[in-house]
Design a protein around this ligand. Structure first.
Ligand code: ADP
Ligand code: MG
Length: 311
């Protein structure tokens, strides 16, 4: 049984991926698995997989989280931890994923998609007609808050749009939801599916959960369980599981929400099919809250995958 831990790659989230991947490899080695670490490079990749029985994809963002590597592994008949091609691709496309959530009755923030080829003047007009400031501008397919801007007036809008288009040909304008950010780890075994204790995220450095808050030491505090009432907790857990299932995710995912401070229902932001897995990441924190160490959690994912692929 040889497990490949695939990390690195060329995506903008390379650094995070290296940290997740090295942590995962170390955990699996500690649990006695034979591990091969692969820094993803498209030219050598297929050859590097020749002696591999199972893959753990620790890539984030494009080419890793968006279904492409998953498709390649399918063709090579190598089972892998986590979601398949469709769920991965769908979760990565924020606009399309939100349509699915909305259809399932989960509250989403109002949004508008802009395409690079369209005229900027018309785009600004559409935004002015249907949104109030502040609003959020983000690439449709990116992660780690890259290319995301919170825009508080018309003057900042052009630049934010232009900037977001650097990262994607499709960008999303979204109403800004002021409130508390929470995230829910979903764990699916062959027997059942559960939402782990909800984590409240308090960014320390900036007002929103940006790249720095996510990845720097002390950048954010994780409060478990989140300080929310039981009704909100139950609703969030139900919605997290629904979101996971509606996208067709497998084994694990992490679902992000904002609980508006005006007391209205929670708003889903996105589902992460390959959430950060450094020792201090959110999913491992949720695992520890139910008594699973980092090593236990990582090897549980592998065991679930092995059982699933025996059938
Ligand atoms: N509509 C919104 N209202 C308020 N804050 C938002 C909104 N969208 C994103 N954010 C902030 O930006 C962060 C990243 O946004 P998200 O949509 O999860 O993209 P990413 O894939 O980059 O993580 C969130 O964790 C949140 O702090
Ligand atoms: Mg996010």
């Amino acid at each position: 049984m040889r497990i490949a831990v695939i990390y690195g790659g060329k995506s903008r989230e390379r650094e995070v991926s290296l940290k997740s991947g090295k942590g995962i490899a170390k955990a699996l080695i500690a649990k006695g698995y034979d591990v091969k670490e692969i820094d993803y490079n498209s030219k050598e990749f297929v050859h590097q997989l020749e002696d591999i029985d199972l893959a753990y994809i620790a890539l984030h963002g494009r080419y890793g989280e968006d279904g492409r590597i998953q498709g390649l592994l399918d063709i090579l008949e190598i089972p892998f931890v986590g979601s398949g091609v469709l769920a991965s691709a769908l979760a990565m496309d924020k606009g399309k994923a939100k349509r699915v959530f909305d259809h399932a009755g989960i509250r989403v923030a109002k949004d508008l998609l802009l395409y690079k080829k369209d005229n900027l003047k018309n785009q600004i007009k559409m935004i002015k007609d249907s949104f109030e400031f502040p609003l959020v501008v983000k690439p449709n397919q990116e992660g780690s808050t890259i290319g995301l801007f919170i825009v508080s007036n018309l003057e900042q809008l052009d630049e934010a749009i232009e900037n977001a288009f650097v990262f994607d040909d499709v960008i999303m304008i979204e109403e800004f939801i002021a409130g508390t950010e929470v995230t829910i780890a979903v764990l699916e075994t062959e027997k059942d599916i559960q939402a782990l204790p909800i984590i409240e995220i308090i960014p320390n450095k900036n007002t929103y959960y940006d790249y720095e808050s996510k990845y720097s030491q002390g950048g954010s505090d994780h409060i478990i369980p989140a300080r929310i009432d039981i009704n909100t907790e139950n609703l969030l857990k139900k919605w997290a599981i629904t979101a996971h299932q509606e996208l067709g995710c497998e084994t694990l995912s992490r679902v992000d929400f904002i609980i508006p401070k005006d007391g209205s229902l929670p708003v889903i932001l996105e589902v992460n099919t390959l959430p950060g897995m450094t020792e201090t990441s959110l999913f491992p924190d949720a695992g520890r809250a139910i008594g699973l160490s980092y090593e236990d959690l990582v090897s549980l994912f592998v065991e679930i995958t092995l059982i699933k692929n025996k059938k």
